[in-house]
Write a protein that binds this ligand. Structure first.
Ligand SMILES: NC(=O)c1ccc[n+]([C@@H]2O[C@H](COP(=O)([O-])OP(=O)(O)OC[C@H]3O[C@@H](n4cnc5c(N)ncnc54)[C@H](O)[C@@H]3O)[C@@H](O)[C@H]2O)c1
Length: 327
């Protein structure tokens, strides 16, 4: 199979590349290296089935040809992370909406019909009060133009673009609402909690918890996520649908910090700082975010294999090895 991955030098994209190369597929990654890195692709350098182009999906002249080549497209390129979204909401809108529209239009206008995954996010559920979100639940977003929600709004627009192309032109598109994903290659500098906590714990520095730490999240190992995405893309019943992808085990951020300190046998304390100090007055967080996974299971039979402690142990070991290399 020929697999095109936009944003393939990023966290999830690089795991998709590894997954498909291991299965014997041809993999083509395009990425502008804005948050992704060549280091994430280092393991594939020189692999005869791997190809990389550094380009911005908003302007890439090779898009038409790449789309024609592909049997499968994972559209992962996006501006991601709370910090980036608050710093440059204009860039978020351009990349996340125009980029997706460009790809879907290139597929349709070329007359191609590859399997396509469009990456959306659990953020679209916004302030919905339910304790676990199903795909049919209402989207609850604030109305007063609060820029913190730019990311969610662009991803929601992507969803409707995908549904429109699927409905009107019969494209084989699946929208995946990804819940918090963790694993190797994820970095902490754009506001991702697990890599930040792990780095702090292995250095015996205080773990910085935003807010009171009672907010809960559900973390899925990226090595499980890529299996779910692969199955969904190849599942005709999923085409034209939106599907939650994640792990439904829930933990508070305070509980996560304590677990990481314990697994790392660290001397770190917890340090609580307000959202306003972390991200400015504009920021508001949601209290919980847990997926209902019935639809994913019914379509693909998928259940996650990695437990949170197993993933944390793996990340702690990798962070220790990296610290030793740096020292
Ligand atoms: N990691 C998560 O927990 C999570 C949760 C929900 C949704 N998602 C979605 O999954 C996708 C991948 O996220 P990730 O965590 O791997 O983030 P990431 O930042 O590591 O990956 C995004 C990649 O896209 C690239 N990129 C950005 N703009 C581009 C452009 N204009 N042209 C080409 N490449 C561009 C970046 O360089 C990066 O490599 C994103 O669409 C994100 O919205 C991720």
């Amino acid at each position: 199979m020929h697999v095109l991955i936009t944003g393939g030098a990023g966290f999830i994209g690089s795991h998709l590349a590894a997954h498909h190369l291991a299965a014997g597929d041809q993999v083509y990654v395009v990425d502008n290296l804005s948050t992704g890195t060549l280091a994430n692709l280092e393991a594939f350098r020189g692999h005869p089935a791997f190809r990389f182009t550094e380009a911005d999906i908003l302007h890439w002249s090779g898009l038409g040809q790449a789309v024609a080549w592909a049997d499968r497209i994972y559209h992962m390129a996006a501006v991601v992370g709370v910090k980036k979204v608050l710093e440059d909401p204009v860039a978020v809108i351009a990349t996340n909406m125009t980029g997706t529209e460009r790809i879907l239009r290139a597929i349709h206008s070329g007359g191609w019909n590859p399997e396509v995954i469009i990456a959306s996010t659990s953020e679209v559920y916004g302030f919905n009060e339910k304790n676990a979100f199903a795909e049919t639940d209402h989207i609850v977003l604030p109305s007063a133009g609060r820029l913190r929600w730019t990311y969610a709004v662009t991803k929601l627009a992507d969803e409707f673009l995908a549904f429109s192309y699927a409905r009107k032109y019969g494209l084989h598109v699946v929208v995946v609402r990804l819940f918090n994903t963790i694993g190797p290659n994820q970095v902490g500098h754009y506001g991702m909690v697990v890599p930040s906590f792990v780095r702090q714990a292995v250095r015996n520095e205080p773990l910085t918890v935003y807010g009171d730490g009672e907010q809960t999240r559900s973390f899925c190992d990226v090595r499980d996520t890529v299996v779910a995405l692969d199955r969904l893309a190849g599942c005709p019943e999923a085409w034209g649908e939106v599907v939650n992808v994640g792990n439904d085990q829930e933990i508070s951020i305070r509980g996560l910090a304590e677990l990481i300190v314990q697994r790392a046998r660290s001397n770190s304390s917890l340090e609580f700082i307000s959202y306003a100090d972390a991200y400015g007055e504009e920021f508001e967080d949601v209290t919980h975010r847990r997926p209902q996974l019935n639809k994913l299971k019914a379509l693909t039979g998928f259940t996650p294999e990695w437990t949170l402690p197993d993933t944390l142990d793996d990340l702690i070991e990798r962070a220790r090895a990296k610290n030793l290399r740096v020292a």
